[in-house]
Ligand binder design. Structure first.
Ligand SMILES: *Cc1c(COP(=O)(O)O)cnc(C)c1O
Length: 277
């Protein structure tokens, strides 16, 4: 069950769309759905975008029991709005939730929440070619607990923000610094789920790389410190002649939906698929 807002807002907000980067711009509504100790998400609602109240003992604040997702809505030339493979994000959140002992919204609930949030903020979906509406679903252990254990309550949130390109140089090639000291993930860890705990630890390596003029860090595997894994927040592909390769998903790499799509497109275009996984 969901409260649908009739926002009555104009189709586009008066905004300088040419200056869009990847900065937080507050939008109109966010979606909130809570689940109590019975582990069932039932009633979600759109509420005005803004801060939420959390107990200082919330599991997410103390023990990092939280997941995030990221996907985009695009405006087509005829004005309609497209979501890019939202079911995939819903499934990935469910896999991550399982790993962190959290209940998760069903795929249908997730996709419905994303749709409602985008529609309630549709004036923030940039015009075609100017960017997209970034959608950030979150699942957090919002219940208070003292010892390390699953939280007694969970909150699912979706907020949105208009964005341009993630890297400031847009679609031009980016320079990556190979990181040999820090690792993003280890075998048996949580590198293959989008848990919030994976991101604070990449910031220092990222900052070092940026100080040296690079856009981001290229991580190596933590066992041999030798095999390429991925970047702080995206997967990597290497192109040589008619072969496109990408590291196998062996548990320390985030299974990107872009990665999956690139593999599918590359195969359909006739690139060698033997080493693609
Ligand atoms: C989100 C993310 C990706 C890319 O995932 P997509 O589904 O393609 O957006 C890749 N690596 C990391 C570490 C990520 O957090």
């Amino acid at each position: 069950m969901t409260t649908a807002y009739n926002t009555g807002t104009p189709d586009l907000v008066d905004f300088n769309w040419d200056a869009l980067g990847f900065q937080l711009i507050p939008t109109d509504f966010m979606y909130l759905m809570r689940c109590s100790s019975d582990g069932v998400f039932t009633k979600g609602e759109l509420v005005p975008y803004g801060p939420i109240e959390l107990n200082p003992a919330a599991a997410v604040l103390n023990y990092g029991q939280g997941l995030l997702e990221g996907l985009r809505a695009h405006r087509k030339e005829d004005g309609s709005i497209l979501l890019f493979r939202p079911h995939e994000n819903a499934l990935r959140m469910r896999i991550g939730a399982d790993r962190l002992c959290m209940p998760a919204p069903s795929v249908e609930q997730f996709v419905e929440a994303v749709k409602l949030t985008v529609l309630a903020n549709k004036r923030w979906v940039p015009p075609t070619g100017k960017g997209s509406l970034y959608i950030r679903p979150q699942l957090i252990g919002s219940g208070a607990i003292l010892g390390v254990a699953p939280a007694p309550q969970y909150t699912f949130i979706v907020f949105v923000c208009p964005v341009g390109h993630y890297f400031k140089d847009g679609l031009s090639p980016i320079s990556l610094l190979t990181e040999e000291e820090y690792h993003r993930a280890a075998p048996g860890g949580t590198g293959d789920i989008k848990t919030i705990g994976n991101y604070a630890s990449v910031v220092s390596a990222q900052r070092r790389a940026k100080e040296k003029g690079h856009s981001d860090v290229l991580y190596l595997d933590s066992v041999h410190n030798k095999f390429v894994e991925e970047v702080s927040s995206c997967n990597i592909f290497m192109v040589k002649d008619n072969v496109i390769s990408t590291p196998l998903l062996t548990g320390t790499i985030l299974p990107g939906i872009t990665r999956k799509s690139v593999i599918g497109i590359a195969q359909s275009l006739g690139f060698q698929s033997a080493i693609l996984q």
